[in-house]
Every structure is written in C-alpha cells, then in structure tokens.
Design a protein around this ligand. Structure first.
Ligand code: FE2
Ligand code: FE2
Length: 268
C-alpha cells in the first residue's frame, strides 16, 4: 500500500489513495485482524506530477507575504511540503519494513500520512479558491534529500524528518496563520489551524519512536540525536523556536538549542 502511494504521481490521486489505504489499515486494526507488515522495495524517489517545476531554493522567486501573490506563493509552498510529507510517512513504513517495530509504529505513521493527505487537499482547496492551483508556481527541489540521506538509517530518519523538519513547522505556522488572518482569508486560517494542531502529533510520533529505538539499543537519546542531526541535516537550526509546542511533542530545549551552533569539534 505504501509503495502504491509513493508510485502515484498526481497529488489529488496520491492523497485519495493514501486516505483509502489508511482507512483500510484502521478498519483491519479495529476488527482485530491487523494487516501484516511485509517488506517492500519503495522507489528511491516518489513519483511527482509534471507540475510544479522543481528548482533549487535560490531559484524559487520570493514574494512579499503582504501581497495577494505572496499569499498564494505561501500556500503553494505549504502544499508542496504537505505532498512531500505524505510520501515521507509512507516511505518510513515501506523503507524500514525489515526493522521489527510494534504495531503502534505503523498506526502512527499511517495516521500521519492520512493527515498530511488532508493537509495537501486543504492547501489545494485554498489555492483554487484564490484562483490558483498546486503546480501553478515553481517549488523547491531537494525536499526529498532528507529521505535519501537517511535511506538506511531509521534513527537518522526519525531524528531529521519528524524531530527537525516537522518541528520547524511548529515554529513558523503561527506566523503564517497571522498573515491570513490579517488578510481576512478565513478558509486559509482554518486550514492552517488544522495543520498546526495535527503537526504536534507527528513530531510527537518521531520523538516517541526515536526514544523507543534508543532504549532498545541502549543509546543515550540526547547525544545520539545531536550526532544524527549533525550528520544528516545540512546547516544549523534557526531560532525562534516554539518551545511550548515542541515540549508538547516531546522535544525539550536541550535537544534543539545545542544545534543552533556549528559543532567545532566535528572533524569534517
Ligand atoms: Fe502536514
Ligand atoms: Fe506532518
């Protein structure tokens, strides 16, 4: 099911399939007959629609958020992030099927993928209400880089994707909500509030399963997290942080603050 989602290129089709598979997974769990987790060969990169054009971040034009064009660009960027997130959650299921994990691990990522699918569709609906659509603007290439870098390291995947990238979403989403509130675009305010509330859960799943894996291997989680983020994440973390929501998601300050500085002891 995960590979099928990853191999579907159109965004609306991908998210429809994602919803359907999540519902099937949940129904089987509720009936007491869970679908067994197998192993699969997911593609190294997920299928993507022909549009948007993917460009290096410096080649994606920046627009001021106080303008109508700027607000559309912002929604477009979030839609792109959400579509990647759908694939990231299905990928962690398919990619690491050989690592035995409790059923709850799959429940969490299936649910996260289901929610990201809703988020993508919410952003598409907002774009369409403003006379645009996903694919109308160029989008960041390289959003899949974290997945490729951690293709054989489940610790690294959990550290970088939910605990760094998705945690960043908690920091920046309140500011985005304000932009749409000021512009009186209620549909986008409500959509972003849904996203904001649900993303806390995704970061929490990351923290939960990262700590679980550390416990299994008797690794000290904090230094392990720092080492993995320095290995796989390019650059330092940037404050300001949403300390409250990060704490709610199981991410204490001593996990992220040390990563705002370059590690001078690093050898590379
Ligand atoms: Fe999301
Ligand atoms: Fe998420």
């Amino acid at each position: 099911m995960a590979v099928e989602v990853l191999s579907t290129d159109d965004g609306r089709a991908k998210t429809a399939l994602s919803h359907a598979h999540a519902a099937r997974w949940r129904a089987a769990r509720d009936a007491g007959t869970p679908i067994p987790v197998g192993t699969a060969s997911p593609p190294l990169q997920p299928a993507r629609p022909e549009k948007p054009d993917l460009r290096a971040p410096r080649d994606v034009p920046r627009r001021r958020p106080g303008t109508a064009a700027g607000r559309i660009a912002l929604l477009h960027a979030v839609a792109h992030i959400e579509l990647n997130a759908v694939d990231l959650h299905w990928d962690i299921i398919a990619r690491f099927g050989h690592v035995p994990m409790p059923q709850g691990f799959y429940d969490d990522w299936v649910r996260a993928a289901d929610e990201e699918s809703k988020h993508f569709n919410l952003m598409c609906d907002c774009l369409e209400a403003l006379g645009s659509h996903y694919g109308a603007l160029p989008a960041h290439a390289g959003m899949w880089r974290a997945a490729e870098d951690t293709v054989d390291d489940l610790f690294g995947r959990l550290a970088v994707v939910p605990m760094v990238l998705e945690a960043r979403g908690l920091d920046v989403t309140p500011g985005m909500i304000e932009i749409f509130r000021k512009a009186d675009i209620t549909q986008a305010v409500q959509a972003l509030e849904t996203i904001y509330a649900e993303e806390v859960g995704h970061v929490a799943y990351g923290s939960k399963w990262f700590h679980y894996l550390c416990g299994r291997h008797e690794h000290d989680p904090k230094p392990m997290f720092h080492a993995l983020v320095r290995k796989y994440f390019h650059g330092v973390l940037k404050p300001p942080f949403n300390a409250e929501k990060r704490a709610e998601a199981g991410l204490p300050p001593d996990f992220y603050w040390p990563l705002t500085e370059q590690d001078d002891s690093a050898t590379d």
